[in-house]
Write a protein that binds this ligand. Structure first.
Ligand code: APR
Length: 235
């Protein structure tokens, strides 16, 4: 059965994505050959993107973060747009994403569970005041609030827990889904990758350029670019 046929028969489809959903928008992923973690750094990116490093080397963190994690120029690609259209048409319940780029919302998706937060939400650790990604990009060095407090991006750094409400919503959506489309993720980072174990529906589909450890558990594996694969489906 094709993905198109599965979508036509589904009552409650759901999408679960990772960095591979945004590569066709020009944002590198993490673990591919040309991914962020494959580039040479004196300090490994996974160390820089950790809670401890944020507090102990805040200046260094923000230099890397502005350069490598803030891709405000990126636009939604065919995958983001098609998913938003299917939600609009009542075919898709929504999107669960590990990405922090906000491109699903930019494409018009309304129900988006951002497991790892978003670069578009930044807040003062002292008074809680909110700041936009643009304001973080404009400031030089370590961004501070008007109250003097340190501003932190609302993204889940290594060593930090996921937001409980987001997790609850995502797990409930996975439990309800009858079709789960997983795409653009190596499924190597937990707890995100573990969410698939909550799926009780009939059809699990994986669209990924490279092989993953979950391929054998899927009903359909499509080895391809998610923007092209979804872009080619007209329901
Ligand atoms: N279409 C389909 N698959 C793609 C595409 C594409 N256009 N581009 C890349 N891929 C695949 C790659 O083959 C790879 O398996 O997407 C996967 C991306 O994997 P990762 O780079 O590991 O990204 P992700 O799974 O989202 O990482 C999870 O790790 O560092 C943390 O918090 C970070 O959210 C991130 C988490």
């Amino acid at each position: 059965m094709t993905l198109k046929e599965m979508l036509q028969q589904s009552r409650r489809a759901l999408f679960f994505g990772g960095a591979g959903v945004s590569t066709e928008s020009g944002i590198p992923d993490f673990r591919s050959q040309d991914g962020l973690y494959s580039q040479k750094y004196d300090v490994p990116p996974e160390t820089i993107l950790s809670r401890e490093y944020f507090y102990r080397h805040t200046g260094e963190f923000y230099r890397f973060y502005r350069e490598k994690m803030l891709a405000l120029w990126a636009k939604p690609n065919a995958a983001h747009k098609k998913l938003a259209a299917w939600e609009q048409a009542g075919i898709l319940q929504g999107v669960i994403t590990q990405n922090i780029d906000g491109l699903h919302q930019a494409a018009g998706s309304k129900t988006v569970f951002e497991l790892h937060g978003s670069v578009h939400r930044n807040y003062c650790l002292k008074c809680g005041r909110r700041y936009s990604a643009e304001q973080i990009l404009e400031q030089e060095g370590v961004p501070h609030c008007t109250c003097g407090g340190l501003i932190k991006p609302d993204v889940v750094l290594y060593g930090e827990p996921l937001d409980e409400e987001t997790v609850g919503g995502a797990v409930a959506a996975i439990r309800r889904a009858d079709l789960l489309i997983v795409a653009g993720t190596s499924l190597t980072v937990y707890p995100a990758a573990g969410f698939l174990s909550y799926f009780r529906g009939e059809r699990l589909v994986l669209i990924n350029r490279d092989e993953t450890a979950f391929d054998a558990q899927c009903d359909l594996v499509i080895r391809g670019k998610v923007g092209e694969v979804l872009g080619d489906i007209d329901l």
